[in-house]
Structure formats: C-alpha cells, structure tokens
Design a protein around this ligand. Structure first.
Ligand code: DLL
Length: 423
C-alpha cells in the first residue's frame, strides 16, 4: 500500500515504546497541570488525588474527569497553565448553547498541532509542493488555521480560500491545480453538487480530507465517486487543540489512527465512567500528553466510537485505531420507543438511488407524542413512499418522508445542522 510519512519514526514506533512514552508523559502532564494552574489543583484536590500517585495506566482512574462544562466554567482561560504573555493564538467553539470553549496556544502548541496535521496530509498521500485548498473558515473555528499550520509544516502550496463562494473555489482549484481538498464534510458535498450542475471537472484533485461532522461510509463513497478522489476522515476538536490532533484514517481505511505520542485515549461507558471492552462503543475520553498552554485531563468528548485495533496497521503505523465517530452520547433520538442515531438515517438515505446529499431530521411533538419527519433532496424519480419504506426497513419504525428537489433544502455555512426540533 502506498503511504508516506511526515514523522516516520514516531508514526511507526514499536507498541512498547509508545506505551512507555505515554506513561512517562502522563506522569509529567498531571504534575504539570497540578503545579501550574489553581483551577486544576482544586479539581484534583476535590477528588483527593495527588499527581505523585499516578504511576501506572490503571492509576488514571484516580484522576478527575473534565468536560465542556469544566471549560465553560473556566471561561475565558482559567485553566491556562502558562503566563498569558506566552500565548500566541487562540481558537474557540461556540457550540449551540452556552458560554464558548476557548483553547489558548503557545508557539510550542502550534508546532504540536502542525505536526499532527502534517502527519495527516502525508498519510493521505500529499507530497512536498502539492497544492492544498483549505475551505474551512479562517477565524475562531480551528479548521482553517489548523489545516494551514499543518500545510506549512508539510511544505505544501496553500490556497487558503476559507468558506463559501463555491464557484470561485472550483475556479481556483482548476487554476492552481489543487490536489488535496480539505473541508467540513458538508462542504465537500456542496462542491460535488455544484460541479455536477456545471459539468466542470477538477482533473488534478486526488485526495479529499473532510471532517468536523459525521462522515458515514455511504457519504464517503458518494463523494469519492462524485469527485473521483480518495477521501479521508479527519478528527479533532477545540479542546484537544483542533483539527487533526486526534488523527485520521490511513489509506487502509480501517479506522482512524489517533496520534498516541500526543494523546492518551480511553473509551468509557457513558453512565459508569468505566472502560468498555475493546470493540465496544463508548465515550471517547482524551488526555493530552504534550500540550503546554492548556492540556486536557480525561476530557469526556461526548463523541461515540470504539477501538478497532491496537495492532500494527498494514500501512505500517502503530498508533491505535478507532472507528469513525458514530454520533454524540447525547445524540440518541427516541421515537415511539425506538432508539436511533442521525448517522443511521444518513446511512439508509444514501443507499436510495437518486437521493441527494442534503437531508433534515425533524423531530416534532404531535399531541404530546414524539414523531419524526425526514426531509431529503432527491431527483424526481424518488417518492416519499420509497423513502418511508427504506427507513422503515432500516430503523424499525415509519418516519414520514418528504422529498425536495436537489438544492431545495436550506444549507448552512460551516457545520451542517441535521436535527431540528419543532414544537
Ligand atoms: O470540528 C475540528 C475539525 C475541523 C475537525 C475540521 C475536522 C475538520 P470543533 O468545532 O471543536 O472542532 O468540534 C469538535 O466535532 O467533538 C465531534 O463531535 C465533531 N467532529 C470533529 N471531527 C469529526 C469527524 C472541529 N471526523 C466536534 N467525524 C467533535 C465526526 C467529528 N465528528
């Protein structure tokens, strides 16, 4: 299998040496946050744990959890472990509710971010001098700048288009021979649709790096055949330091490699907070091992995934593999006693020939009973009846299905909203 490496030694290190490195860093980082930040010290003290007690991987269970709430209570940067005059950049995610989550960076943190992201570019197949087009917005959202820092480190030629103006994106991709296209998943879809309408081509495009949203296997296939490229599912979040920090799938496409020399992951039962068996789904919980300004300790991401393999991959990388994110722990929808996740709806819809890529899941309460309606774009051959039938077969109950012409449903810039609540 063809794959290239940005940091081959680190990416293919022996399993034992990765474990040893992680344990050393885990001990260091717990001592570091405890001694350099009052809010972290308080958190540890409230659980009666002293970092000196962290000597084995099992000891990690003694450490307190953190979550989005911990960040929000610490707004703007009460968890910051360095003097603010050492900061070089910040990013922020606002989420749908409440106070934003802020991540401050030192120059060393930006270099760490760039390292993770550059590994992803090379893993996808990028080579020095290739053109990368960066379509996430450049601003508080970490997507644009993270892909930029990584592309600088990787020695790529950057076309920093940012979000929007799809016609111009296509023109620039043609004129500057874009080989790697990056973006949020729904923007990859948008570009594909506009290309199809205009019958334009992107002959130099080979790789698509997409993330920030659920990326189902069927959506991946659709984009791959629509754009004639290979796609990669990139993962990361504000709290861990942004896009790419948590890795991406490799050309073997059998799980997302998490950069374990930088992050320690646990997959936990949402309710008990105890580890689940390898292969079982649970909540990804992350400890950053090498960040300076704001390392996270046992951060409950709210994202659902499972460990696919801890063994060396056929691409040569030794870093653990997790499944694509299947949803958020709090994403589960319940209708008439049946539980389902938005991802299952997408997976089912994308299998219907003629269905487009844009859809909405409308949760509505009718006479006190929770009901669900699926709006989906499709060509004129697809009927509401077909949609209802397929969804009944896959989900086990019958949501109403409404079909809209391609382009008939609203689109958002940035991450797509799929689930809507209507009273
Ligand atoms: O979305 C970082 C990012 C930007 C990743 C561009 C990939 C591409 P946040 O805005 O903080 O950061 O949102 C993080 O988005 O907890 C997941 O719920 C979701 N998410 C991120 N990547 C994926 C993915 C960026 N590959 C939150 N698949 C995370 C599914 C993803 N969900």
């Amino acid at each position: 299998m063809k794959t290239s490496f940005f940091k081959k030694e680190a990416e293919t290190a022996s399993l034992d040496s990765i474990r040893n490195l992680q344990l050393e860093k885990l001990k260091q980082i717990t001592k570091y946050v405890y001694s350099s930040n009052a809010a972290y010290k308080k958190l540890f003290d409230s659980k009666g744990v002293n970092p000196e007690e962290i000597n084995t991987f099992d000891d990690i269970e003694k450490l307190p959890f953190t979550n989005k709430e911990t960040f929000r209570e610490s707004y703007p940067i009460k968890l910051c472990c360095v003097d603010t005059r050492q900061l070089a950049e910040m990013h922020m995610s606002s989420g749908s509710t409440g106070t934003p989550v802020v991540m401050p960076y030192t120059l060393a943190d930006i270099a760490q971010w760039a390292d993770c992201m550059a590994r992803c570019y090379y893993m996808a197949g990028a080579e020095k001098g290739d053109t990368v087009q960066i379509t996430p917005s450049f601003g508080l959202f970490n997507g644009g700048f993270g892909m930029y820092h990584g592309a600088r480190a990787a020695g790529l030629f950057i076309v920093p288009t940012g979000a929007g103006n799809t016609q111009r994106q296509i023109k620039l991709a043609q004129d500057f021979k874009t080989k790697i296209l990056t973006g949020v998943v729904s923007y990859g879809i948008r570009i594909m649709e506009v290309l199809a309408e205009s019958k334009d081509k992107l002959p130099d495009l080979k790789y698509g790096i997409f993330g920030a949203e659920i990326f189902t296997e069927s959506m991946k296939k659709k984009i791959e055949s629509g754009l004639g490229i290979e796609t990669f599912d990139i993962y990361g979040m504000t709290e861990t330091g942004g896009v790419g920090t948590l890795g991406m799938d490799c050309p073997a496409h059998n799980g997302i490699h998490v950069w374990e020399d930088h992050y320690y992951i646990e997959v936990l039962d949402k309710l008990t907070g105890k580890p689940v068996k390898d292969g079982d789904f649970g909540e990804l919980t992350i400890t950053s091992l090498t960040r300076q300004a704001l390392p996270v300790i046992r951060f409950r991401t709210g994202d659902l995934s499972r460990i696919v393999s801890r063994e060396k991959c056929s691409c040569g990388r030794t870093h653990i593999r997790i499944s694509p994110i299947t949803g958020r722990v709090d994403d589960m929808l319940i209708v008439k006693g049946v539980n389902f996740f938005p991802r299952q709806v997408e997976q089912a819809l994308m299998q219907i020939p003629g269905v487009g890529s844009n859809y909405q899941i409308i949760m509505e309460e009718i006479d006190g009973v929770q009901d669900v309606r699926i709006n989906v774009e499709a060509d004129s051959k697809v009927t509401g009846y077909t949609v209802e039938k397929v969804l009944k077969e896959t989900l086990g109950f019958s949501p109403k299905g409404d079909v809209f012409p391609i382009g008939g449903l609203p689109r958002q810039e940035g991450k797509a909203q799929r689930v809507f609540y209507k009273k």
